[in-house]
Design a protein around this ligand. Structure first.
Ligand code: MN
Ligand code: MN
Length: 477
């Protein structure tokens, strides 16, 4: 081959390269595409996110954090008898377990609202209504797990007790034990390997069932009286002295065990964060920051931080409740509109996580349609399972609208499907919003080890999810 032929060959390659550039989706580690400044902004954004993770491990704590941040940013409690103008900032607290923040737009609700909805409940170990018992001189709590967990992951993890006890006299006592390094913590025990022959030969489902998730909470008896249940008595006495509660007060309590450790940077390069409860605080925090950073939008924008998602959204603080529609109806009425006409023109980003591709478990994914750590906010057109059951599927037209908004603002984003077809499945709140006759698609952060006590996300993906929500809220169309 002479030199002429070689240069022709080179030209051919470059033509193919050009055509690929024009026609193909560009796939590579998105972190490499970002300039250094943007990466620094992502790292900085996540410093406060880590504090939020540590302060807001339950939905009640997330609502408390949100109310405080909202007030500082000029939000006031919504009053439906008041008239609001463009740029006004209001919030509605639903039973301290869910919250909505709105910034009134120039057009109010007249051509729909923009919704960003994330959930602030996470899988955890709830206490049963009658939890405390003594067995063989150990004091234990009976529990009923909340949400979809792999039960074997929760024993031998240090746990903290969070929640409230409501007394009959109307006082509500806040409980938080195990977060301060001087606090004691709690643990679900597991069998030593030496004696686990029988356990190890069982399937995971049988080896760790719900009634195995008993939490060790004490071992020292009250005194040497011959009385039975002296260890339980000692624990109850400590609780009485600290919180003024007696055993029957457990009946009117929302108490849960959550991992006691704090959010940490992960990896030599500190590119990721390991923590309990990324799902879905990793979208709730960006959705909160995006509305705090919204000034006067075209349409009224609303961030909803909801409860109950992990158990199917039932209940008065979950997305199957009417609380959000009722609020939008009030805003609509003030504009002389009907709720149904507002909803029909409304758009929503259901801000929830997706499963990041895990090379160790590659066979659970279909790599062409999986989302990856560091490739930015992930758009999930549909979730569900077994032939798209139980999901809203965002329309082609709405997908195009969102692509346009994100690309115009140079947001780093990717698409993702939840695992391979028929590999399992799951859902988000998207379908409940779609059922109100709004356009909705899922957008959020890829997560490794989802629903485990220690989940992993990328800092860049958290920041790009914030940017996506901010651009969506401030879109003019
Ligand atoms: Mn979620
Ligand atoms: Mn979840």
């Amino acid at each position: 081959m002479n030199t002429e032929n070689i240069s022709e060959k080179k030209e051919e390659q470059s033509e193919a390269k050009q055509l690929k550039e024009k026609l193909f989706i560009k796939k590579k580690n998105g972190a490499a595409k970002l300039d250094k400044k943007e990466t620094e902004r992502a790292d900085e954004f996540c410093e406060e996110y880590k504090k939020f993770l540590d302060l807001a491990k339950t939905e009640r704590e997330a609502v408390a954090y949100t109310v405080e941040s909202a007030k500082k940013a000029g939000f006031t409690e919504y009053d439906r008898t008041k008239a609001y103008a463009a740029g006004d900032r209001v919030y509605v607290n639903n039973r301290n377990k869910a919250i909505m923040l709105a910034v009134i737009g120039k057009n109010g609700t007249k051509n729909g609202v923009r919704l960003g909805i994330a959930h602030i409940d996470s899988p955890r170990i709830d206490l049963k209504p009658n939890p405390l018992y003594e067995s063989n001189s150990l004091a234990m709590f009976k529990t009923h797990y909340y949400g979809g967990i792999k039960k074997y992951q929760w024993p031998t993890v240090p746990l903290a007790l969070h929640g409230v006890v409501a007394l009959k006299n109307g006082t509500v006592v806040d409980v938080n034990i195990g977060e301060d390094e001087n606090d004691p913590c709690f643990v679900i025990t597991d069998l030593l390997p030496h004696l686990a022959n029988e356990q190890m030969n069982q399937t995971m489902v049988k080896a760790f069932n719900g009634e195995h998730l008993n939490v060790l909470v004490g071992s020292r008896p009250f005194n040497d009286d011959e009385e039975s249940e002296n260890v339980k008595l000692n624990v109850m006495n400590i609780l009485f002295e600290k919180y003024g509660i007696v055993e029957s007060d457990f009946l009117s309590a929302d108490l849960a065990m959550v991992p006691a450790f704090k959010a940490r940077d992960l990896g030599f390069d500190r590119s990721m964060i390991g923590s309990y409860g990324h799902d879905d605080r990793v979208c709730a925090y960006p959705a909160l920051m995006a509305i705090l950073d919204t000034d006067v939008p075209e349409k009224t924008v609303i961030t909803v931080l909801t409860d109950r998602e992990e158990i199917g959204s039932d209940g008065n603080t979950g997305m199957k409740s009417t609380f959000m529609a009722d609020f939008i109806a009030d805003l609509a009425q003030a504009d002389g509109m009907e709720l149904r006409h507002v909803m029909a023109q409304s758009t929503c980003l259901s801000a929830d996580v997706n499963a990041a591709f895990d090379p160790t478990y590659a066979s659970a994914f279909e790599a062409n349609n999986a989302c990856f750590i560091n490739n930015g906010a992930v758009i999930t057109k549909y979730t569900g399972s077994g032939g798209k059951y139980s999901t809203s599927d965002a329309s082609a037209e709405y997908m195009a609208e969102i692509r346009q908004i994100l690309d115009d603002a140079d947001v780093l984003w990717q698409t993702g499907e939840l695992g391979k077809v028929d590999g399992g499945g799951g859902g988000t709140i998207a379908k409940f919003v779609a059922n109100l006759n709004a356009d909705v698609v899922d957008l959020g952060v890829p997560v490794l080890s989802m629903h485990a006590p220690f989940e992993v996300v990328s800092k860049i993906d958290v920041y790009e999810t914030y940017r996506a929500l901010l651009e969506f809220y401030n879109a003019v169309k």
